[in-house]
Design a binder for this molecule. Structure first.
Ligand code: AMP
Length: 485
C-alpha cells in the first residue's frame, strides 16, 4: 500500500512492501492472524492491524510498531479479536507514518455491508483515480491508495460484493496482492501480472491466505497453492471459488522478492527463496571469481548468496561481520545522520577473523551505497588485506513503482555511476554485480531473452510491465498525495 511519505530515503518515495494474512472459519482466527503477521514481520515493521468478524460486527485492532509489541503480552488487542474470520496487515514504511488512519486493514461500511481490505503492493494510477473521486465528492479518510479501492468498490453499480470488488479492481493499475473480508466471505486476489506474492493454505479445514509460506509454517498450516496472477479466490461457507475476472497479462513476479525481500524459508511460486539465493551466489562466483581467503556475507540478507558463492568458489565461508538483531533495518531510521549511525549500531566486524585476510564481501544489493561503503571501511579497519565486493543482484538503476521501497531513481548509486565509479565510491578493491542473464540462469532460465521475461526486473532494466499512469517526467514519481494529504 502507499501513503504520503516522509521517508528518509526520499521525500517523494511512496512505495512500501507489506505483508498480508487472512483466515476463514477458525475458532482462533484472531490469534492465528497475530502469529501469521509475526512471521511476516520482515515485510513491514511500522504498524500492524487485524480486523475480525464476529456475530454481526467487525472488530478492528490497528497499532503502530511491531506485531509482538502491538498484540503481545500486556496488550488486550489479541483478546479483543473475537470471531472465526480475520484479515491482517503489516505495514512497511515510515511513510504517512504516524497517521493512524493509514494503518490497515482499511474498513468501510458499504451499502451491502462491511468490507475490510489489506493490500500489499502499489497502485500506479491511484492519484489519477483519487482526483476523479474527490472531484465527484468522495471524502478520503487516509492518504493510502488502498482506500481508493474501497471507494471504487462502494460506488460500483454492481449488486454483489464480489462483483463490486472486481469492478473496482478493473479500474486500478499497479501491483497488488490483497485480502478482503466481508461478513460472509474471505477474498484473496493478485494483480494480472502477479507481481507480489500470495499463497493459500489450510489449517483444520480453515482456508488461509498469506504473503509467504513462512506464515503458514508458524501456525502449522498446510500449503495448498499460490493464488495465480489475475485470480480472485472467494471463500465462503459453500467452499472455495476461483475467478479470473481480468484480462490476462504476462506473468511477471518480482525477482527482488527472491533476491532480498521474502524470507529465505518461504517457497514462492514453487521456488524456495533460500535455494534461489544460493543459486544466484553460485552464478555470481562463476561470473566474477576472486582469489581470496574467506567469503563473508553482509548479514543477514547476504548470507544465502554468500554461501552459494563460497561453495562454488571453494573458499571458506566465515561470519566476519556480526549483526546486532535488536536494531531495526538501517533504512527505517528517522534521519540521514541516524541512518549512517545505524549501520554501525547494526554491524560489528569480527576482527579475529578478518585480520590480514583477502575478503570477498557478498550483499544482495547496492541501492544508495550507504551500507556497502560503511561495511567496506569497517572490514578494512578491522585489518583485512583486500576487500572484494560482490552483489547478488544486477545494478539497481530504476525505482520500483510496484511496492518495494526504493529511493528516487536519481538517488540510486547505479543510476549515477558506472561500476568502476561505484567501486571507488564504496572503497573496494574490486566490485562486481551478477549479470542480468546470470540472474535468469540462476532462476532456471537460459537467459533473459530466451523466453519472454518471466519476472518483473524493472528496478534493474527499466522495463516496467504495468503502466505508470501517475508518473510524470519519465521515471520520477510524483508526490502523489501531497495535494490532498
Ligand atoms: P544502500 O545502503 O542504500 O546501498 O542499501 C543497500 C542495503 O539495503 C543492502 O544491504 C540491502 O540488503 C538493503 N535493501 C535493499 N533494498 C531494500 C529494501 N527495499 N528495503 C529494505 N532494505 C533494502
Amino acid at each position: 500500500m502507499t501513503g504520503h511519505s516522509d521517508h528518509i530515503w526520499d521525500q517523494d518515495t511512496l512505495h512500501e512492501e507489506c505483508g498480508v494474512f487472512g483466515i476463514f472459519d477458525h475458532a482462533d482466527a484472531g490469534a492465528l492472524s497475530v502469529l501469521g503477521l509475526h512471521a511476516l514481520q520482515h515485510r513491514g515493521q511500522e504498524a500492524a492491524g487485524i480486523v475480525t468478524y464476529d456475530e454481526g460486527h467487525f472488530i478492528a485492532e490497528r497499532h503502530q510498531g511491531l506485531v509482538g509489541d502491538a498484540f503481545g503480552r500486556g496488550s488486550n488487542a489479541a483478546k479483543n479479536l473475537k470471531g472465526r474470520f480475520a484479515i491482517g496487515h503489516n505495514r512497511y514504511s515510515t511513510a504517512g507514518g504516524s497517521r493512524a488512519s493509514n494503518i490497515q486493514p482499511i474498513f468501510a461500511d458499504l451499502a451491502g455491508g462491511g468490507l475490510a481490505i489489506a493490500h500489499n503492493g502499489n497502485l500506479t494510477n491511484a492519484h489519477t483515480l483519487r482526483q476523479e473521486l474527490v472531484a465527484q465528492g468522495a471524502i478520503f479518510q487516509s492518504t493510502s491508495d488502498t482506500e481508493t479501492i474501497v471507494h471504487l468498490t462502494a460506488r460500483s453499480p454492481k449488486q454483489r460484493i464480489v462483483e463490486k470488488l472486481i469492478d473496482a479492481l478493473c479500474q486500478v493499475e499497479g501491483a497488488y496482492s490483497l485480502v478482503a473480508l466481508t461478513s460472509k466471505k474471505l477474498i484473496g486476489v493478485r494483480d494480472p501480472n502477479g507481481v507480489r506474492p500470495l499463497v493459500m493454505g489450510n489449517l483444520d479445514g480453515a482456508t488461509i491466505f498469506a504473503s509467504e509460506t513462512c506464515a503458514l509454517d508458524i501456525i502449522g498450516a498446510e500449503y495448498m497453492r499460490d493464488v495465480k496472477p489475475g485470480e480472485m479466490v472467494v471463500v465462503d461457507k459453500d467452499g472455495i471459488h476461483s475467478h479470473f475476472p481480468f484480462k490476462p497479462q504476462q506473468h511477471r513476479f518480482c525477482v527482488f522478492e527472491y533476491i532480498y525481500f521474502a524470507r529465505p524459508d518461504s517457497t514462492l511460486e514453487g521456488r524456495n527463496v533460500y535455494q534461489a539465493r544460493k543459486n544466484i551466489g553460485a552464478v555470481l562466483a562463476q561470473e566474477a571469481p576472486v582469489i581470496a581467503d574467506i567469503v563473508i556475507p553482509v548479514p543477514d540478507s547476504g548470507v544465502p548468496a554468500a554461501l552459494g558463492f563460497a561453495n562454488e568458489a571453494r573458499i571458506s565461508f566465515e561470519l566476519g561481520i556480526i549483526r546486532n538483531h535488536y536494531v531495526g533495518r538501517t533504512f527505517i531510521e528517522p534521519s540521514d545522520s541516524i541512518r549512517h549511525l545505524g549501520v554501525r549500531l547494526k554491524h560489528n566486524p569480527n576482527r579475529a577473523m578478518l585480520k590480514g585476510k583477502k575478503v570477498v564481501l557478498v550483499d544482495d544489493s547496492i541501492v544508495r551505497g550507504t551500507t556497502s561503503k560503511k561495511i567496506v571501511a569497517m572490514v578494512r579497519d578491522a585489518g583485512a588485506a583486500e576487500v572484494h565486493f560482490r552483489v547478488s543482484s544486477p545494478p539497481t538503476t530504476h525505482s520500483c513503482f510496484y511496492g518495494v521501497d526504493t529511493p528516487n531513481t536519481d538517488d540510486l548509486l547505479a543510476h549515477k555511476m558506472d561500476v568502476e565509479q561505484m567501486r571507488r565510491f564504496i572503497g573496494a578493491d574490486s566490485l562486481a554485480f551478477i549479470s542480468m542473464n546470470g540472474l535468469y540462469r540462476a532462476m532456471g532460465q537460459a537467459d533473459r531473452n530466451a523466453a519472454a521475461p518471466k519476472f518483473c526486473d524493472a528496478c534493474f532494466t527499466g522495463d516496467y510491465p504495468i503502466a505508470l499512469t501517475d508518473i510524470s517526467g519519465g521515471t520520477r514519481q510524483l508526490s502523489l498525495l501531497a495535494d490532498v494529504a
